[in-house]
Design a protein around this ligand. Sequence first.
Ligand code: G3H
Length: 508
Amino acid sequence: MAGTGVFAELVDGDGVFKYYSYGEWKKSSSGKSVPIINPTTRQPHFKVQACTQEEVDKLMEEAKTAQKSWAKTPLWKRAELLHKAAALLKEHKVPIADCLVKEIAKPAKDAATEAVRSGDLVSYCAEEGVRILGEGKFLVSDSFPGNERTKYCLTSKIPLGVILAIPPFNYPVNLAVSKIAPALIAGNSIVLKPPTQGAVAALHMVHCFHLAGFPEGLISCVTGKGSEIGDFLTMHPIVNCISFTGGDTGISISKKVGMIPLQMELGGKDACIILEDADLDLAASNIVKGGFSYRQHKSLYVVSSCGQRCTAVKVVLVMESVANALVEKVKAKVAKLTVGPPEDDCDITPVVTESSANFIEGLVMDAKQKGATFCQEYKREGNLIWPLLLDNVRPDMRIAWEEPFGPVLPVIRITSAEEGIHHCNASNFGLQGCVFTRDINKAILISDAMETGTVQINSAPARGPDHFPFQGLKDSGIGSQGITNSINMMTKIKTTVINLPTPSYTMG
Ligand code: G3H
C-alpha cells in the first residue's frame, strides 16, 4: 500500500510524504505540509511537503547541472534506464493505484491500469526516441537557385535543457510520464510539480524512476502550494520549456512566461454530432463511454473517471428526427451505471473536490431554471454526483458551453449538420469532437469543418493510443502531444554546415 515496502522512505516521521531532489527524499525546511483530501470521505488522507522557493531554486540549479551530463549519455543508455523505470511502474501498480483511489477517487481497477498504461508509454517513448533521435538530415546547397554543391548541411536534434512538467489531477501518473519520458529520452532534465490531488501517486511514480537508477538531480519532484511556488516555478529563469495539462491556469502561465516553448492542453467541450443515418446503438454506447467516462471494455486501457477527462463527450448534438430514439438508448445505458466508492470499483465515483461538485451543481441548477429536461433525478451526496443526462438543452444555458468535468451531459437537438458544426465551432475550446454517421463522405466533410485538434469518426473522443498526435485548437492548448510530437517538441534543431572550397558532385 501507499508509503510502504520500497516506498517507505518517501514518508517522514510525521507521516508527511517527502519531496524528491538530487536523488534523495527530503523534508521541506518550511516545516509545513499540504493536506490531500480524500474525495470519497472528504477527510484529509495524505500530507505532502510545502516546499519553499529556496528549495525550488536549489533543485533547478541541480537540474541544470545534471542535464549537461545527461545530454552526453548515449541514447541507448537513456533508453535502457527508461525501460527499467517502465518495468518498475508496472511492478508497483498496486501501491500507485492505492494512491489514485484515495487521492482522486479513481476506481480501483482503472487506477491500476493507469500505472500499466504509463509503463507502456515510457517503454514506447524509449523505443521511439531511439528511432527518431538517432536520425538527422543531410542537405546539399545546389538545390537552391544560385548555389553550387559547395555546402553540406547536417542537422540533428538537441535537448532544450530543463523541462518543467505540470500534470493534472485526473491522470497524475500517466500525464506526468507523458511529459517526463519524452523529456528524458531527448536528453533533458525534469522538474515535476504534480497536482495536489494526485501528488502522492506522482511521488510513487517518481520513486520508480529513482529505483531505475537515473542520475542525481536529473529528476526532481516538488510539492507545495501553487500560491507559494506556482509562479516561482513557471517563471524560473532556468526553465527552458513547460509542458502543462490542466485548466485555464495554462492561459495565465502562457502570458507570464518568457521566450520558451510551451506545450499545453487546457480542456475541451468535445461535441458529439449524431446524424440521421448513424448507428444509434454504437452512438449511445460511445456517448455513455465518452460522456460519463464509463470503462471501455474493448480497450486495454479502461477509463472510468465520471466525466473528469478533457476528452469526455461534453455535448451531444443530435438530429431532431433521431433524438428521441437516441436519448432512450442512452437513458437505458445510464441506468446500468454503478454509483459509489472507488474501492468498490463503481463506474461513477465522487468528483475530485467539493468545489468541483458545487460547480457542476451550479451548471445543473442553471439548466433546470432555464427548462432543460432531466432524464434522471438530480442526486448528490457529498462529492458523489449521480450520472445525469439533460435533454432539450438550449444555447442560453451555461451547460451548453461550459465544461462540467463531471457526470452531467447535455443534449442539444439540431435540425442540420451545419447547426451542429456551428455549435462546435462557436466554443472557445477546440480539443476533440466526434461524428456518428454511416456515410464516410459526410463524415470527412464534417471532420474538416470542425475546428478541433482531432475528430473521431464513429467513436468517442480519446487521447490514446498514446503515440497518436494529440492537440487542441483555440483555448484548448498550444502544440501537439503524443509520443513522437512530444519528443520532437522537447528538442531543438542544431545545424552544422561543411563549406567546401570547390563544388563536389557525387559521381561527378
Ligand atoms: O484529461 C485529459 C486526458 O488527456 C484524456 O486522456 O482520452 O486517455 O482519457 P484520455
